[in-house]
Design a protein around this ligand. Sequence first.
Ligand SMILES: Cc1ncc(COP(=O)(O)O)c(C=O)c1O
Length: 395
Amino acid sequence: MEEKFRFIEVALTDRRQHQRFRSLQSVQPIDAVQIQRQGKILINFSSNDYLGLSKHPALIAAAQHYTEKYGTGSTASRLVTGTYEIHQQLEAKLAAACGYEAALLFNSGFQANATILPALLDRQSLVLCDRLVHNSLIQGILTSGCRFIRYAHNDLTQLETELQKAAQKSYSRLLIVTETVFSMDGDRSDVSALVQLADRYQAILYLDDAHALGVLGSKGMGLAAHQGVDIVIGTFGKAFGAFGAFVACSQIMRDYLVNCCPGFIYTTALPPAVIGAIDATLTLMPTLEAQREALMQQAETLRQQLNAIGLDTGQSSTQIIPIHLGPEEQALQLAKTLETEGILAVAIRPPTVAKGTSRIRLALSSQHTPNHCDFLIQSIDRWHQSRFSVSPQNS
Ligand SMILES: Cc1ncc(COP(=O)(O)O)c(C=O)c1O
């Protein structure tokens, strides 16, 4: 290897030595909850397609229809010739559905968080963010060069103490940044308490609603909609079954982002097929109440069963259920065992989560049947029991 590329070898060798080398494995989707990997059909408990909408005929038909009508690409950035009437109409519908003056589309949740935050912040700003927020939010905060403090997970007492301290100083901007449903833990933040704190201390409240959108809240529009949160980020690649993201905010904030957010300005607009799929999901959303209820019920049952066999699911109260196992090897071992039995449930380990907090992250879909869940719990139970059984040669 040429000397100039030595850093690559060093980084990859380090990852291999620590069993953290990652590689991509392709899968073939079969339906909303089954995939095929290396010729084997697996029940998928790791997808964020929480309502199985990515295979819904209405989304597929809308994506096809918009493609036929408008073409495969939107051909330019929004400020050049990439704003079609379908982009504007979708934004108006999203704003109304979330109870905001305005909404603005982004090409992904990562792109939104990584670029809206630096547009809002400068080096004299302070961000108070939950310790467990998603990497895209951290990237946005770091890019801005602002001062930031990570408060203990969901610890609003610590948050208030930091807000009190901040009130004594003269920061250019004060932001609270957190999620409504935490992606790796499946627990929730207290949105109304956050709104009150933000009001009391004149902070801007920025909430990422990625894992609640479609699944929780009034008509499935998430936990931050209609709550008076300053800036709400929603993503379409999860329960919405499509791709992309949006921000719901005031009209003046939308104008500001259109003018000052590079991640909006310097990128090609979302393609018509994606706009069609999102629009179809938005139309379906109010009709999916029964699916959302069934999903939450199934998640509660699964949590109770996991707890009954002695496994720790933390503070999960949503469709995301972590099985906390601690050491990486345990999480990897369970994932491997499940895969041999026909279940895909990916192990989450550092650096995605803190050292010693490795877990299996189960993501339920309303399309999982009770049989799928029974099969999962039986397989997990067998593995869990085998951990404590003494082999004959050791007895
Ligand atoms: C909380 C949160 N925000 C943002 C994102 C990024 O969204 P996208 O996949 O649309 O880039 C994710 C995705 O994993 C997420 O979990």
